[in-house]
Design a binder for this molecule. Sequence first.
Ligand code: GLN
Length: 189
Amino acid sequence: MQVGVLALQGAFREHRLMFESFGVKVVEVRLPQDLENLVGLVIPGGESTTMAKLMRSSELDTAITSFAKTGKCVWGTCAGAIAIATEIVGFPEQPRLNLMDISVARNAYGRQVASFEVDVAVKSFETPFHTVFIRAPRIERVGKDVEVLAEYEGHAIMARQANLMATVFHPELAQDARVHQYFIEKVCS
Ligand code: GLN
């Protein structure tokens, strides 16, 4: 089994190490053909406008959309959650993949508290998960087919819609592979 991590920009190495820690092989995805033979794809955190430009110029935007439409699992973390959202609040023109029925507001946790860490309960996890937020987007709305898996201050921070998952925090920076395992075991199968 091989999972892909979009490696155009941002925090892709940390995801790779996390998957490898429990024996899942990782392919760094830079071109559409890198998606062949993958069970799923992670779109990492980074800078969502830069990542969108690089996805466009490499034609990975249409390739990832087709990949998801065939039922392959796709997980966006932070800027990746912005990339897969159907709506980016206040930035209607920002290119996005339009996959998951969520509305996200960029950098919505404010400048003063740009980065913070907090332990939160996650559905089906026996103990809380240590979440790291870095200039995180906020999920302002979830569609009716979206299951909220974790919340913080009244907003979803981890959510799933069939073969799609979004987290606005950075599970790849926790010393805990449970969110990565959840993606492989529950979202991709
Ligand atoms: N603020 C970034 C953006 O809007 C996302 C931050 C992150 O991925 N850590 O693209």
